[in-house]
Design a protein around this ligand. Structure first.
Ligand SMILES: Cc1cc2nc3c(=O)[nH]c(=O)nc-3n(C[C@H](O)[C@H](O)[C@H](O)COP(=O)(O)OP(=O)(O)OC[C@H]3O[C@@H](n4cnc5c(N)ncnc54)[C@H](O)[C@@H]3O)c2cc1C
Length: 453
């Protein structure tokens, strides 16, 4: 008990038994969550360390949690009797270092807050998951991608240094301020995307870049989703250098329109692209806009270069697709990724599977980087039909993804929801070494066991 006493966490930050708030027992994607041992909300690195010491002493399983927006079940307790260490109150921005272009933050800072903070000072943190209300610690743990990965990469590309508490209660700093390193194994990269199975991140030093001086969004409407995917490839090859190419079907966007209460700027066609371009020179940007419009001209029904205000409203609709669906209907969300030249083939295959299995399939996603969010819609199916048809379709779909050289998750993580497909789509030797690495850092299997593999 010595460690829990040291923590001195008052009752407003420690919940046990019936006092555990309902939010920890609710998840859109995982049902039947079992009672946890406790939920603790530390405010400092030392409190996290003391909590992990306590868990070691009591032999408790630990789960780190940020904002709980994860969509793969990796932050969800599945055993019963877990200690949840929820770091969302560790939300201080610690230091903006304008000489090294880095920002040091605690793990509970929301990614939307980071964007606002740095952009006001003329800097840019490019990773941009649609969930602006997710924490940076969660983004690191899932290697979050989002809307600008096509030009700027994912969270991994913007992490200079991590401070972590290991499941043994030791602490470690990973990475450094140096831009280059050829100095041994890169342990930092190992922790990024490890879904809270190797350590609890308590401090993060992010890389920033100067904020582009101008940006613009083009909204294009297409008669079919296949034409939208052809246009994507044409834009990527054109030299227009987009920072994002987002694709969505009208029927997926419908729920966002209902949720936010206003329509997309374009109301024709069945599929849309939202293409974002940024740069520092207005003439050069205008040239790239013209390129994107020229190479898609034969495919489009409509093309709009949006004003700043229109861009804000239309991006809000795009960001709201998932929240809109969650508010109005039941569905399963996938996160597969294929090489960019196979994107169109995958979308077409999902449409064939829709017919074959009698289950409505919608697609939206980050077309510019090959990451599709396929949605399986329950609609009016009975529970039995839904369970059977979904299982059959998922089997076909992940087989197709594997055949195309793709992966089961691009940015949401494996969690528990995609474990089965991770296992079948990954070579045994790779899985075996991943398990061995887990044992090195977590010999007692204390941190988020049963997730990923
Ligand atoms: C509406 C919506 C839109 C989304 N859009 C995108 C998108 O465009 N791109 C994208 O990549 N994702 C997206 N997501 C998924 C989700 O927001 C991300 O996975 C996010 O990175 C999770 O952050 P979180 O703070 O909510 O973490 P949580 O859900 O709390 O946890 C997720 C994982 O991170 C681990 N974790 C959390 N904090 C820490 C820590 N400090 N140390 C160690 N491990 C930790 C947890 O153990 C768990 O494994 C979306 C989700 C929603 C609901």
């Amino acid at each position: 008990m010595q460690y829990l006493e040291k923590i001195k966490i008052d009752s407003s930050r420690l919940f046990m038994g019936d006092a555990v708030p309902e939010i920890y027992y609710h998840d859109t994607y995982v049902k039947n969550i079992k009672p946890v041992y406790a939920v603790a909300l530390p405010k400092t690195h030392d409190e996290v360390k003391a909590l992990v010491h306590y868990a070691v002493e009591k032999d408790l399983v630990i789960i780190a949690r940020g904002a709980g927006t994860g969509v793969a079940g990796s932050q969800v307790p599945i055993q019963g009797n877990e200690l949840i260490i929820d770091v969302h109150l560790m939300d201080n921005i610690l230091e903006l270092d304008e000489e090294t272009l880095t920002l040091t933050v605690e793990p509970g800072v929301l990614v939307g807050t980071i964007h606002d903070y740095v952009e006001k000072k003329g800097y840019f943190y490019p990773p941009d998951p649609a969930s602006k209300h997710s924490t940076i610690g969660g983004n690191v743990a899932t290697n979050a991608g989002g809307l600008r990965a096509v030009k700027y990469g994912t969270t991994r590309d913007y992490i200079r240094e991590l401070t972590v508490v290991l499941p043994t209660a030791e602490e470690m700093t990973l990475g450094s301020l140096n831009i280059k390193s050829s100095s041994g194994y890169d342990l930092k990269d190992l922790f990024i995307g490890s879904e809270g199975t190797l350590g609890i991140t308590t401090k993060i030093r992010l890389k920033l870049i100067p904020l582009p001086k101008a940006s613009v969004t083009i909204l294009q409407a297409f008669e079919t989703v296949q034409q939208a995917t052809q246009a994507t490839l044409a834009i990527l090859k054109s030299g227009a250098d987009p920072s994002g190419v987002e694709l969505f079907e009208r029927s997926a966007l419908y729920y966002a329109e209902q949720n936010l209460g206003y329509p997309l700027k374009s109301q024709v066609g069945e599929a849309y692209l939202m293409i974002s371009l940024d740069g520092n020179d207005q003439d050069e940007l205008s040239h790239r806009i013209a390129l994107a419009e020229t190479v898609t001209h034969a495919l489009i029904m409509e093309s709009h270069v949006l004003t700043a205000d229109e861009a804000k409203r239309n991006w809000a609709l795009r960001d709201n697709i998932l929240l809109g669906l969650t508010a109005f209907t039941e569905f399963e969300l996938l996160d597969e990724v294929v090489p960019i030249n196979k994107f169109a083939e995958l979308i077409e295959a999902t449409k064939e599977m829709q017919k074959k299995h009698g289950l409505n399939v919608l697609n939206f996603g980050h077309a510019g980087d090959g990451n599709v969010h396929t949605l399986l819609m329950k609609d009016d199916l009975t529970e039995e039909q839904w369970t059977q048809r979904r299982a059959a379709l998922l089997k076909d779909l992940y087989q197709k993804v594997a055949d195309l050289g793709g992966l089961p998750s691009a940015e949401h993580g494996i969690g528990i929801i995609k474990k089965e497909y991770m296992n079948t789509m990954t070579e045994d030797i790779n899985l075996d070494y991943m398990r061995q690495i887990k044992r090195v850092f977590d010999p007692d299997d204390r941190l988020n066991p049963g997730k990923v593999f």
